[in-house]
Design a protein around this ligand. Structure first.
Ligand SMILES: Cc1cc2nc3c(=O)[nH]c(=O)nc-3n(C[C@H](O)[C@H](O)[C@H](O)COP(=O)(O)OP(=O)(O)OC[C@H]3O[C@@H](n4cnc5c(N)ncnc54)[C@H](O)[C@@H]3O)c2cc1C
Length: 290
């Protein structure tokens, strides 16, 4: 099916892009990698009269290190992040998650900012970036603001972005010593979206106990969710296999698990426990080497 007609705009600067969004208001949509928006347009589930393509806007791609953080342009593709040397070294969880998104076409076109703005409840980036305590920089008619990824995503396909705002950057604080993460995912065999995805970031103290852990789940609920019970059960405990197993068994506590074509609620609770255990164990093993 073809999309409804629309007018295409390709601004060269951020201020031009913001001006177009201001001028066309509700009738305009931002276009990034096109991997989620264009399918919706072809199904006529989205019918924007104006598309504001961000791909020619300067300064929205790439990764750089500054002020104790990695600053990732919102238009950076999944493929670029999977192969980025600095991401592989400093945030191996992010590189491994990016490499598991969709297929080669999706990874070469889809962007980290597009994934966050789209807020699919089975997407990989939200879980990884919540576990990494990342924030996004947002530009809009009233200037710039910063939002934690945890506060950006408010529901299925729903964010706290205001009209006329767009994402320009993702900021990930660099992990301290003896801290690392891992991502474990069961992909849907057709789409590769997560049936379950678990991102775990763990920090160890000098005695090998868990100082803190941040564990985020995707695919299981209406939006990315912290596994608070797992985090509490790990904190201050010895980083060993039996502690991790007992803590991970609590992964689905408090979640409203939905039965769907990928499995029953009981199956999903079991997946949550198993994938959490795998992610936390790998995060601990990486943290010991750092
Ligand atoms: C076959 C297939 C398989 C996929 N598999 C996976 C998977 O395994 N895991 C996964 O996580 N994702 C998967 N995806 C989704 C993919 O990651 C998309 O790239 C992503 O969700 C959207 O990014 P995009 O850059 O393509 O955004 P677009 O499709 O261009 O835009 C998506 C939405 O975000 C808005 N938007 C885009 N950029 C910005 C911005 N900078 N500021 C504000 N709003 C913005 C747009 O207006 C639109 O509403 C898959 C997609 C396909 C088609």
């Amino acid at each position: 099916m073809y999309s409804a007609p629309f007018e295409y705009h390709a601004p060269a600067t951020l201020s031009e892009a913001l001006a177009l969004l201001g001028r066309y208001g509700d009738e305009a949509k931002v276009l990034a990698g096109s991997q989620s928006l264009v399918p919706l347009m072809k199904l006529r589930l989205a019918q924007p009269a104006h598309l504001v393509d961000l791909r020619k806007v300067e300064g929205l791609t790439g990764v750089r290190e500054a002020q104790g953080a990695l600053l990732i342009g919102a238009l950076t593709t999944h493929a670029a992040l999977a192969s980025s040397e600095v991401i592989r070294q400093k945030l191996p969880m992010a590189a491994e998650a990016a490499g598991q998104i969709g297929d080669a076409q999706v990874r070469n076109l889809g962007t980290i900012g597009g994934s966050l703005a789209h807020a699919d409840p089975s997407a990989d980036w939200p879980a990884v970036l919540v576990a990494l305590d990342a924030s996004v920089v947002v530009a809009g008619p009233r200037g710039e603001r910063t939002i934690k990824v945890e506060d950006l995503i408010v529901g299925p396909l729903s964010t706290s972005l205001e009209p006329g705002e767009l994402l320009t950057q993702v900021r990930v604080p660099l992990p301290p010593a003896r801290t690392a993460g891992a991502y474990e995912k069961l992909p849907n065999p057709a789409s590769r979206f997560a049936v379950v995805g678990v991102a775990a970031e763990v920090s160890l103290d000098s005695g090998n106990a868990v100082q803190w852990a941040r564990v985020a789940l995707t695919g299981l609920a209406s939006k990315v969710t912290r596994a608070a019970k797992v985090e509490q059960a790990l904190q201050g405990k010895a980083a060993d296999a039996s502690t991790v197993k007992a803590a991970s068994a609590r992964a689905a506590e408090g979640l409203e698990l939905r039965a769907d074509l990928t499995g029953s609620a009981a199956y999903k609770a079991q997946l949550a426990a198993v994938y959490t255990e795998r992610a936390v164990l790998r995060a601990i093993s990486r943290a010991r080497e750092r």
